[in-house]
Design a protein around this ligand. Structure first.
Ligand code: 13P
Length: 251
């Protein structure tokens, strides 16, 4: 059966000492609860090795927010999947809408990133989602289907089974405007159907599909109660241990 997962995406926030302190706070808070989901934090590259030293990895997973589409070489400023893996991280967020929008990431580059992540035993948390115009003009289901097909459907069933997906409607990210639980459920059920069409029911049923976009303690319970919503990818609310834990304990 698929896992329930709550993952924090810190984005470009926290200095190294602040990040280590936040990771410790989440780690400590987890000791006191019987979490009904896997918990992951995705932090800036500069923080990963230090955070890896202070957390109990059996309770708290660690991920990067991106990796390069090349394995090594003359790519100044890039950080490769083997480098991420060497910090102790086990996950990597790929295809976040902010990477697609501001850094021109395409399905072609994302294919390479997914392959390199998998080759280095990193679990990709692969993001998909439509912009407001696509939501309003009714093309949102097709848009998300195409994102999945173009970047991921070259994978074998075995490799696809290693992915975590995150549906993040761009209009809901950082805006305070959450998708309703019914809007999330419609899309998540649709995504599961698209996966089933390509890889069969078993792979589809075993794929965790997280919701992201203004998820907070006050709305997490209703979202997570939906049958096809398997958890959340949390931005702003993951920067405070208490509010992040409020979402973790919504399961
Ligand atoms: P917010 O939770 O801040 O809306 O961000 C969501 C997100 O982009 C997580 O990847």
């Amino acid at each position: 059966m698929r896992k329930n997962i709550v993952a924090g995406n810190w984005k470009m926030n926290t200095t190294l000492p602040e990040g280590v302190a936040l990771a410790k706070a989440v780690n400590d808070a987890l000791k006191g609860v019987d979490a009904k989901c896997d918990v992951i934090i995705a932090a800036p590259f500069t923080h990963l090795a230090s955070i890896n030293e202070v957390i109990d990895k059996s309770k708290l997973g660690l991920g990067a927010e991106n990796c390069a589409d090349h394995v090594s070489g003359a790519y100044t400023g890039e950080v490769s999947a083997p480098m991420v893996a060497s910090t102790g991280a086990n996950y990597v967020i790929l295809g976040h809408s902010e990477r697609r929008q501001y850094y021109g990431e395409t399905s072609e580059t994302l294919k390479e990133k997914v392959n390199l992540a998998l080759a280095n035993n990193l679990t990709p948390i692969f993001c998909i989602g439509e912009v407001l115009e696509e939501r309003e003009n009714g093309t949102y289901l097709d848009v998300v289907k195409t994102q999945i097909e173009d970047a991921l459907f070259g994978l074998s069933a075995d490799d696809f089974s290693k992915l975590i997906l995150a549906y993040e409607p761009v209009w809901a990210i950082g805006t305070g405007k959450t998708a309703t639980d019914d809007q999330a459920e419609e899309m998540h059920a649709f995504i599961r159907n698209v996966i089933a069409g390509k890889y069969g029911n078993e792979v589809a049923e075993n794929t965790s599909i997280l919701y992201g976009g203004s998820c907070k303690p006050s709305n997490a319970k209703a979202l997570f109660a939906k049958p096809n919503v398997d958890g959340g990818l949390i931005g702003g609310a993951s920067l405070d241990a208490e509010s992040f834990m409020g979402i973790v304990t919504a399961f």
